[in-house]
Design a protein around this ligand. Structure first.
Ligand SMILES: [Zn+2]
Length: 296
């Protein structure tokens, strides 16, 4: 659970139920990565069955089979919200869950759930299954050395939980940027994986108004924003991601993860820190929640 400054409010935490887009964000993808790490490394793909080609980029079953069958999984990594399954021939199976994608590691005899697109049979008793009823997910294979130049990856900024993301970086990167700080933080070219919920929460924690122009923030404020982004994402990774309707963890459980949200989804409720009423505004078509008392 996300700690909040007062530490006194023990009511049930709100979850994201505001009708805003619900999709797996970076902490959820990292949770899935950690879950899959128990099953995949060291295993070999023995079969690949495509049941439905329709994803954001249509699947090519023969090419997938040719590139995956017989390959052994060496490691499981993540870049932004992409899962990277590194294989023993120097290629990488890239998976993106889109809006509603779900990965499960299931016993092979389990019946297929509806909307299962791909089944990867492993040389164990298990299958890795990818399903996505809204079909915004993606799945492709690329050579590892080409990954950084791939059109999906070439423009990506630093990882928020790694060293390239620092207060100094944010300060330099934001010079001359008039966009609101929230939009700036959600720009994958600036930093990857800071989604709508976590951007709202981090700015509240940092005490920065979401509409403040990025260029107007001086270094001490970026230090607070940086620390708040780190804290918010790390807490969510620890908690296993927020509970979102369409999100399922890797072994099929759902609804176990709860992150306490201090502003997101709490329009009209009292700020836990200062007692003022939480407000909502719309920025670039997305809901932003903030406290007019704490965030200036
Ligand atoms: Zn407040």
């Amino acid at each position: 659970m996300l700690a909040h400054p007062s530490g006194a409010d023990k009511r049930a935490p709100p979850t994201a139920t505001t009708g805003d887009t619900r999709m797996p964000e970076l902490p959820e993808v990292e949770t899935i990565r950690r879950g899959l790490e128990r099953f995949l490394p060291g295993r070999r793909f023995t079969r690949v069955d495509v049941h439905d080609r329709r994803l954001r980029t249509p699947l090519r079953p023969a090419a997938l089979r040719r590139r995956l069958v017989g390959r052994r999984v060496q490691a499981l990594k993540r870049r932004a919200k992409y899962l990277l399954v590194e294989l023993d021939d120097g290629s990488v199976l890239v998976l993106h869950l889109g809006m509603s994608g779900r990965l499960s590691c299931t016993a092979a005899e389990q019946p297929l759930a509806p909307h299962t697109h791909v089944v990867f049979r492993l040389d164990s008793e298990k299958e890795l299954r990818f399903r996505d009823h809204r079909r915004f997910g993606m799945l492709f294979v690329v050579r590892r050395e080409r990954l950084d130049r791939h059109p999906r990856f070439a423009h990506l900024g630093p990882e928020p939980l790694e060293a390239g993301f620092s207060p100094g970086y944010l300060f330099e990167r934001s010079r001359g940027v008039r966009r609101p700080v929230k939009n700036f933080l959600m720009d994958a070219a600036v930093v990857v994986g800071v989604g709508n919920i976590y951007a709202s929460e981090a700015l509240h924690r940092a005490g920065v108004h979401p509409n403040a122009a990025a260029a107007r923030l001086r270094l001490p404020r970026w230090q607070r924003v940086h620390a708040a982004v780190r804290h918010t994402l790390e807490s969510a990774v620890v908690a296993g991601g927020t509970t979102l309707n369409d999100f399922h963890s890797v072994d099929g459980r759902e609804g176990e993860f709860q992150v306490q949200l201090d502003v997101y989804g709490r329009e009209g409720e009292a700020c836990r820190r200062c007692g003022r009423v939480i407000r909502r505004l719309v920025q670039s078509g997305r809901s932003t929640f903030y406290c007019p008392g704490c965030q200036r």
